[in-house]
Design a binder for this molecule. Structure first.
Ligand SMILES: [Zn+2]
Length: 253
């Protein structure tokens, strides 16, 4: 089982980092977690055929987490995919996603494979092929970022996830709205993938205490110098728990 960091950048365009996309699985089949703009090209670069993606899980509908999806589905069509594709989005956003895809002229009826859009109910365990499971919990990312009354709250949800693969738990923060979002799950996590754009880095230390992970992988990098400088300020004992992700990085778990 492995985690491949396909895109590790923030919402800002970067020459060295694509937007958020992670792969979790073995070489036969992966789930794609978030789907940033550069994902189709990243999969080509990683030599992962498009039909190895069995499911796509989206944390929230910001462009840097979703904008690659219409293009990816289009590639799957062009490359003649036959297998079903499962899409998972926070519950209540299924129809919104369908409208987005339709606006890119992607209609379920016109695809050579079955496209299934699933809503993720908060707190519910979802089982995937290959024995993987995940659970999504709502975080405060969008609420705190856009504290305005013109955004209908029920249409703009943001989730963090706990994935279980084999005997490992992986906590993916996705984008968060505050430090309490870093503590949303009660289970131990073997690996934590934490975004670094919306949170002071020192808050990650509380995750070490609560989850006792093997590693915290710092992701969604907005300012690499800030992240590296913070890591260098830690003493050796703490520093060994952290890794700065880069595009194409593979972690065997
Ligand atoms: Zn976001």
């Amino acid at each position: 089982m492995k985690i491949i960091f396909a895109g590790t950048g923030s919402g800002k365009a970067s020459l060295t980092r694509e937007n958020s996309s992670l792969l979790l699985g073995d070489d036969k089949s992966f789930i794609l977690i978030d789907c940033g703009e550069g994902i189709s090209k990243q999969l080509l670069q990683l030599d992962i055929p498009f039909d190895r993606i069995g499911a796509v899980v989206i944390s929230h509908f910001h462009a840097d987490h979703l904008a690659g999806l219409p293009g990816l589905i289009t590639q799957m069509k062009l490359y003649g995919r036959k297998d079903d594709l499962q899409l998972f989005v926070p519950a209540n956003l299924e129809n919104t996603l369908n409208v987005i895809l339709n606006s890119f002229f992607i209609f379920k009826e016109g695809l050579p494979f079955k496209l299934i859009i699933n809503g993720i109910n908060e707190g519910e365990t979802v089982s995937l092929a290959g024995g993987m499971q995940f659970r999504g919990v709502r975080n405060s990312h969008i609420n705190n970022k856009y504290n305005v009354d013109y955004v209908p709250e029920e249409n703009f949800l943001s989730y963090s996830f706990l994935f279980s693969a084999g005997d490992k738990n992986i906590f993916y923060t996705a984008d968060v709205g505050g430090s309490s979002d870093l503590l949303l799950f009660d289970e131990k996590a073997d690996f934590i993938i934490a975004e670094t754009t919306h949170i002071p880095h020192e808050k990650f230390l509380q995750m070490l205490v609560k989850y006792e992970p093997e590693k915290i992988i710092l992701n969604h990098i907005d300012d690499e110098n800030r992240t590296v400088n913070w890591l260098n300020s830690l003493d050796k004992k703490l520093k060994k728990y952290f890794t700065v992700a880069f595009d194409g990085m593979t972690l065997e778990i």
